[in-house]
Structures are given as structure tokens and as C-alpha cells.
Design a protein around this ligand. Structure first.
Ligand code: ZN
Ligand code: ZN
Length: 265
């Protein structure tokens, strides 16, 4: 699917106050979130996305005194990608000294309200990354703002997805090679409260593939906990109902499929 770009004219961007520093290429892209509250109604109202991008530009130009908003591109839940500073221009959002290494892509989720990135938003972030690779010489790295900088950005949900290798939602893209284990997402999947995210979805999809009766809804609640405990007992792991590194790796370990397999050499 082609990228659905929202041009600066289309979102009503103010003109930059100065000229950007030019970038030939970068090592990759850093992913960001808003860090504040995002009205959950944004997922059904693209006008709210436009208003939010404009207000971020105002804040960056009038509050921070920057020449323009700090991001290279902005992704919204409607799988649209707003042009920020765009390819080949130095962003400002990664932190001093860290801008020439990576383009900055903002996803319109926050730390309250809308905190779990919808599939449309993840796809839009990936569309932006592919665009920056094709048009801006972005390298392969996909990182979070918190990598190398003291911040909670891009939030736990988006960061878990980044750590998982930023997979396309729905698993339509690349399936993991047989025998390869996707990296544990770096947070414990447990309940309560209900945890949501692409890492939960990936684990649920794997468990469903192993034959467990589980809904692949990206929400880790009592049913996921029960499946986890059953699995842990079968694999002789501590049955605490928490997906940590051992339980995660066991779920993705093809050698573990048959309990009665021949003893290892
Ligand atoms: Zn950030
Ligand atoms: Zn939108």
C-alpha cells in the first residue's frame, strides 16, 4: 500500500522560520510519542489529528523557539503520514547531539487517553520509515527516543513494539523464520491490570499457533494468564502466569513442541 501523505499545505503548516540543516543520510529512525494525553476520540476523527499536529508545531516554534516542529514525519491512527521537516532535513526532536543520527517520527499516542497504538498508526509509522529510507537515505535502525536519551518516550507500548522489531500488524509481512525467536519485548506481560500492545498480540498469536485456545486481541488479561499458567506447567516453568524472558523464549522455541522428544545430545 502506498504511503498516504498529508502535505504541509494540506495540514496548514506554518512556514519554517529559517532554513533546515541538510542531512545526506541517517543511521535510521527514532520513534516518538506525544508524552501527554491524547483524546481517545482521535481514532474516529482525523480532524483531531490535524489539530494536534498544528498545536505541536505551535509549541515547538513558540515555546521551544525552534524554526519548525521538531519531527521529520508524524503518523496517525488513520494510516496517514504528515510531512514534518521531511527527508534530508535535520530534525530537532531527538535531543541535542542526537538529531543527525536518526530521523524523528512521531506517533499520535500519549501517556494517557489513547496509549495503545492502533494498527493503523503502526502501519503509518512503518510507511513513514519506508519513505524516509527511500527518499531520505535513512538506514536500517529503528529505535525509540529513550535509546540514548533520558526520557520515557515513546511510551511502553510503542517501545515494546520497537523492541520487537517493529513488525507489520496482523503478521501479514514477515513471519519469523522457523527456529528464530523474536526478542523478548523487555517488559513482563502480566495481569492485573490488563496490558495491551503488539508484544501481547505476538505472544497470543504464537500461543494460538501452538494450539492453545486464546483470543489474539493484544490484551493480556485473565484468559491470557490462564493459558500462560497451563503452558508454564507443561514446560516445567514456574507457573506464575507472567510472560518473562524464559516463558517468552519457550513459547517461540520449536524444539519444545514435543515433550517426549529424544534427549538432547
Ligand atoms: Zn520523543
Ligand atoms: Zn488521523
Amino acid at each position: 500500500m502506498a504511503i498516504d501523505l498529508v502535505s504541509r499545505a494540506a495540514w496548514g503548516a506554518r512556514a519554517p522560520r529559517g532554513s533546515y540543516s541538510r542531512l545526506t543520510s541517517t543511521r535510521g529512525v527514532k520513534v516518538h510519542y506525544t508524552g501527554g494525553r491524547v483524546d481517545p476520540a482521535i481514532v474516529t476523527d482525523h480532524a483531531k489529528c490535524v489539530a494536534m499536529v498544528k498545536s505541536i508545531q505551535d509549541f515547538h516554534m513558540d515555546g521551544n523557539g525552534w524554526i519548525d516542529l521538531g519531527y521529520s514525519m508524524i503518523a496517525c491512527s488513520h494510516r496517514k503520514v504528515f510531512v514534518g521537516r521531511g527527508p534530508h532535513n535535520l530534525p530537532a526532536a531527538n535531543g541535542a547531539g542526537l538529531n543527525s543520527g536518526h530521523y524523528a517520527v512521531l506517533g499520535l499516542v500519549g501517556n494517557s487517553g489513547l496509549v495503545t497504538p492502533p494498527d493503523g498508526l503502526l502501519n503509518a509509522i512503518l510507511d513513514a520509515i519506508e519513505y524516509l529510507r527511500a527518499k531520505g537515505g535513512a538506514g536500517k535502525e529503528i529505535k525509540g527516543h529513550r535509546d540514548g536519551y533520558s526520557t520515557d518516550c515513546p511510551g511502553d507500548a510503542l517501545y515494546a513494539w520497537v523492541r520487537e522489531g517493529a513488525p507489520r500488524p496482523g503478521g501479514g509481512g514477515q513471519q519469523p523464520d522457523p527456529g528464530s525467536t523474536p526478542q523478548w519485548p523487555g517488559r513482563l506481560l502480566k495481569h492485573p491490570p490488563i496490558m495491551r500492545g503488539e508484544d501481547v498480540r505476538a505472544w497470543q498469536r504464537q500461543m494460538a499457533g501452538l494450539g492453545y485456545v486464546i483470543e489474539v486481541d493484544g490484551a493480556y488479561g485473565p484468559k491470557s494468564t490462564a493459558v500462560c499458567v497451563t503452558f508454564q506447567k507443561e514446560r516445567h516453568l514456574d507457573p506464575d502466569g507472567i510472560v518473562g524472558p524464559l516463558t517468552w523464549n519457550a513459547a517461540f522455541d520449536p524444539a519444545g513442541h514435543s515433550e517426549s522428544a529424544a534427549p538432547e545430545a
